[in-house]
Write a protein that binds this ligand. Sequence first.
Ligand code: SF4
Ligand code: SF4
Length: 285
Amino acid sequence: MKQLLILSGKGGTGKTTVAGALIELSKAKALADCDVDAPNLHLITKMQGQFATTPFYGMDKASIDQKRCIKCGACVDNCRFTAISDDYVVDPYACEGCGVCQLVCKYAAVTLKPFIAGKLMLYKKNKLFSTAELKMGSGNSGLLVDSVKKQLIKNSTDEKFAIIDGSPGIGCPVIASLNGADMVLIVAEASVSGVNDMKRIIKTARRFQIEIAVCINKYDVNDVETKKIEKFCTKENLLLAGKIPFDKKIVEAVNKGVSIVNIGDSKAGAAIYDLFNNIKTFFAV
Ligand code: SF4
Ligand code: SF4
């Protein structure tokens, strides 16, 4: 199964708008949302409420047995993450599961226990859709993204093409989402920070030796930065697959909970159609 991964250097660049439109145009049957901190692809793909869920266990967390604890304080003194309160209760969101408290406790009052850090969700009707939600304040988002992708692949049958909405930024979840992708489409914003974010994500993606394509969102709001992205793509021999203009109809589409290509007479929708034509041969869709 070939994977198109859609990324942006930060949130709010229109990544999910592009992902939703490409899902609609390509009729992709396999989808994943790797934005585990704030998943929302299910809203525009209308797949809410029908998921099989599986608990996601992150790292183990310490737990103190109050009956065994003699309140000697050794665990509090040795916890580098100040995760243990003065009354010897572990805060699971501060605990990093290092196990030091268990080592220093001479009274066997500490155990490390599995901790549910979120949930994996899988939709399996007319489309295969893998996603997840991380509990607020939990770590391990990279591991959860990896599980989202594995869940998609494990459950796929004859799906030939998958669209994966990545998470914003350049951290662990993004690196986890790059693994196994065939092409990464970077949605760049025409702004000073947008150009920098794009360059950083390209640097990361290149380590994975993945085909890279770029599209500029709201390209007509800043000619100077748009030209910089165009020049950069030419110089670095990257495919500039599309340029999407600012379009108020995107707000209309979001409010209606539909993809921009389902809103008539939309400049942005037409541009994403062109973008799709520029990348579809790579995936033979
Ligand atoms: S080290 Fe063990 S006995 Fe001492 S306070 Fe911590 S849990 Fe209690
Ligand atoms: S496992 Fe490590 S981080 Fe968690 S409470 Fe014990 S010492 Fe602190």
